[in-house]
Write a protein that binds this ligand. Structure first.
Ligand code: AMP
Length: 131
């Protein structure tokens, strides 16, 4: 069975898409630690990030950088935190999280409450900043 993230890539489950290219897909985390919390996934469905082909893994980081620089332009923050957990969804993903301090990346923190309009607007604004 396909992962929930593969279904998102195929458009079978809705998401707030930030960007995609032929190998990767970026979309807003539905339960964000901070506004702008974005997930980067390879289109190839592989559970564990370190099982990815090494070239694909390197390209995934370059794609993540492009998205991180765009998030920074939209969301005021000290920097973009980069986190990999993969404990919940078995499809490799990188969390990009705008942070001001270490406390902002605690996954036990309460999540930001955002409505659909805010999610949509934020995804569009980040997309426009991608070079
Ligand atoms: P983890 O696998 O532990 O890195 O966590 C999975 C992340 O995916 C969590 O931050 C969830 O909020 C996020 N997530 C799960 N389902 C969706 C979805 N349908 N759309 C966007 N984000 C999701």
């Amino acid at each position: 069975m396909s992962s929930i993230f593969t279904k998102i890539i195929r458009g079978e489950i809705p998401c707030y898409k930030v960007a995609e290219d032929e190998k990767f897909f970026a979309f807003l985390d539905i339960n964000p630690l901070k506004k702008g919390h974005t997930l980067i996934i390879p289109k190839e469905e592989v559970d564990y990030i370190f099982d990815l082909d090494e070239d694909l893994l390197a390209e995934m980081m370059v794609f993540s950088r492009k998205i991180a620089l765009a998030i920074e332009k939209v969301v005021p923050c000290n920097r973009i935190g980069v986190v990999v957990l993969g404990l919940e969804v078995p499809h490799a993903h990188i969390h990009l999280i705008p942070i001001d301090s270490e406390a902002d990346v605690r996954f036990s923190n309460p999540r930001e409450q955002m409505n659909e309009e805010e999610f949509k607007d934020l995804a569009e604004r980040i997309n426009k900043q991608i070079i």
